[in-house]
Design a protein around this ligand. Structure first.
Ligand code: TYF
Ligand code: FE
Length: 374
């Protein structure tokens, strides 16, 4: 593993300045019920809705928010079309990792000029709350990046959506923002997508892991973390590597039917509180054995959190030369072993949890085995 220079000190002009992630849009089989899950279990607040009641005939979308995390859950109302095909092929999953920019037309021009495939040429949506300017390009699999410019927009989300004034179900758990979003790509495709983020999006390599860092007895994968100029957007890219048995990345690719978003890491500043709430509300997490905690203090030294609380919740810890971080992973949130979540708290560390890979991947492999996919 190696950590590279802070992206802040890179000197080259950033041709694609990003303010952060604007939203993540999921295509799902039943957006009303998926919204209930994210509100009840993850504590998100329903803030806007679009569908037949707002004059949209072929789909329904629910906009959920917590801190700066914004999810849009969209379902098709008819059997044909791009959304229905996406759900048919992939099951519920991420379609769009939308990025917040100051100039959606320029973002599209700069990226398509460098070879990005256009999905939407620049366009504008307008209502009584102002204007949102949009454009979109393709990335791995059927996943896209929409560029969102909301210079003078004051509505709940976007034209076409109506605000939901009060969500009686919302129960925040302290999720603050997206720390990173991980893509799984096919065999030997990691470097192609690393080059895409470098050459077309202006990202740089932030960290990389080789198969020695992360192969357990069975599973193996390679991973490189790409980050944009200001470091607000981080995209690790995984590819499967040859192991003794089926890699977790292969299992994902098989069930998602191609590349896609593997996990979304959500940041908190009180992981013990956040994970305690999430567990009470029915979110299921991976468990690591007691031996992990017996060895923890000799591995990471003194930390602020009581070890018995971390063990009870199953929270993992890793340290680098800048500090430490705490993280935990959910089981997949669909019946297919595809998308899952990470809850992460950073205390100075820029680590992605290398010290936890072995314990984590063994936990993932126990789940794979329980599904008969190892
Ligand atoms: O995002 C990361 O790199 C860490 C570690 O299948 C990780 O969360 C990497 C691959 C994976 C699960 C977690
Ligand atoms: Fe992660």
């Amino acid at each position: 593993m190696s950590t590279l220079a802070h992206p802040e000190v890179q000197t080259q002009k950033d041709f694609l300045p990003l303010n952060g992630t604007d939203y993540v849009e999921f295509y799902v089989g039943n957006a009303r019920q998926a919204a209930y899950f994210y509100r009840q279990a993850f504590g998100m607040t329903l803030v806007a809705y679009s569908g037949p009641e707002t004059g949209v005939r072929n789909k329904a979308s629910y906009v959920l928010q917590q801190g700066k995390v914004r999810f849009v859950l969209t379902t098709p109302l008819r059997p044909d079309g791009e959304i229905a095909e996406h759900v048919h092929r992939h099951g519920d999953g991420v379609h769009d990792v939308a990025l917040w920019v100051d100039d959606a037309k320029l973002a599209w021009k700069e990226t398509t000029k460098r070879g990005a495939r256009s999905v939407h040429e620049p366009y504008e949506l307008r209502d009584e709350h102002g204007t949102v300017k949009l454009s979109a390009i393709a990335t791995y699999g059927d996943t896209i990046h929409t560029f969102v410019e909301r210079a003078d927009y004051h509505g709940a989300f976007m034209p076409g959506y109506r605000a939901v004034e009060k969500d009686p179900l919302a129960r925040t758990v302290g999720l603050l923002h997206i720390d990173h979003m991980v893509g799984n790509v096919g065999w030997n495709e990691m470097n192609r997508w690393v080059d895409f983020y470098a050459d077309i999006m202006g990202f740089s390599l932030y960290q990389h892991f080789d198969d020695k860092d992360i192969s357990t007895e069975y599973s193996a994968l390679m991973s490189k973390v790409m980050a944009n100029g200001n470091g607000r957007v981080k995209f690790p890219i995984n590819e499967p590597a040859e192991g003794r048995r089926k890699s977790q990345i292969e299992e994902y690719l098989e069930f998602y039917h191609g590349p896609g978003v593997q996990h979304i890491a959500l940041a908190t500043d009180d992981i013990v509180h956040t994970v305690g709430k999430l567990q009470q509300q029915g979110v299921e997490f991976l468990k690591v054995p007691h031996t992990y905690y017996a060895e923890l203090e000799s591995r990471v030294g003194k930390i602020d959190e009581p070890l018995h609380e971390l063990e009870q919740l199953g929270i993992l810890v890793d340290r680098d030369d800048e500090g430490y971080m705490l993280q935990i992973f959910t089981r997949p949130v669909e019946d297919r072993p595809t998308l899952f979540y990470e809850i992460i708290q950073r205390k100075g560390s820029r680590s992605f949890g290398k010290g936890n890979f072995k314990a984590l991947f063994e936990a993932i492999e126990r789940e794979q085995a329980s599904r008969g996919n190892l």
